[in-house]
Ligand binder design. Structure first.
Ligand SMILES: [Fe+2]
Length: 170
């Protein structure tokens, strides 16, 4: 199999607006309007039952790999204690379940899974300790629950079929 390239690098920050300013200045990159990955079906070590997860995010236009800045939220995988380089993101994973099984066979577990209403995996993170403090994020090809920062629906990007985080910038 051809191993997929890293699509983005996720960095968890305490203050998203401030981080966008700092990272824009330091890299020269342009960051998207702030959006939210908002779901009521996220499970992680803080609570293995599906629960609310509402992470404010912004992606760089440049890449790949792009830079994803995420604001700390919740008590689990995205809590303030986890700030810093957080994950390497891989998109278009055909079967997250198969990848989870492969990784589990290597001793790499999962901490953080987002499910859709049908119980399918939208994304998952490997556990932080398995790979030297950095997670892998495995993102399925199903569209994720991304909304605008004010909670409104984003238009669908016709190219990707995913919510268009750049809609507000045009
Ligand atoms: Fe990510």
């Amino acid at each position: 199999m051809t191993a997929p390239a890293i699509e983005h690098i996720g960095i968890l920050v305490p203050d998203l607006e401030e981080a966008i300013e700092r990272w824009s200045a330091a890299t020269g990159y342009t960051f998207s309007p702030i959006a939210r990955y908002r779901t009521s079906r996220y499970a992680d070590h803080s609570n293995p039952e599906p629960h609310d997860h509402d992470a404010r995010i912004s992606f760089s236009r440049e890449g790949q790999p792009r830079i994803e800045l995420m604001e700390v939220s919740g008590d689990g995988t995205h809590s303030a204690a986890q700030a810093g380089v957080h994950h390497l993101g891989f998109r278009g994973i055909e079967s997250p379940e198969d990848r989870i099984a492969e990784l589990a066979a290597q001793g790499v577990g999962v901490d953080g899974i987002s499910y859709d209403a049908e119980g399918r995996i939208l994304l998952c993170f490997t556990e932080k300790t398995a790979l030297d403090g950095v997670r892998l994020e495995l993102i399925s090809s199903l569209p994720g629950p991304v909304v605008a920062d004010d909670g409104s629906t984003l238009p669908t990007d016709p190219e990707t079929g995913r919510p268009d985080m750049w809609a507000g910038a045009r």
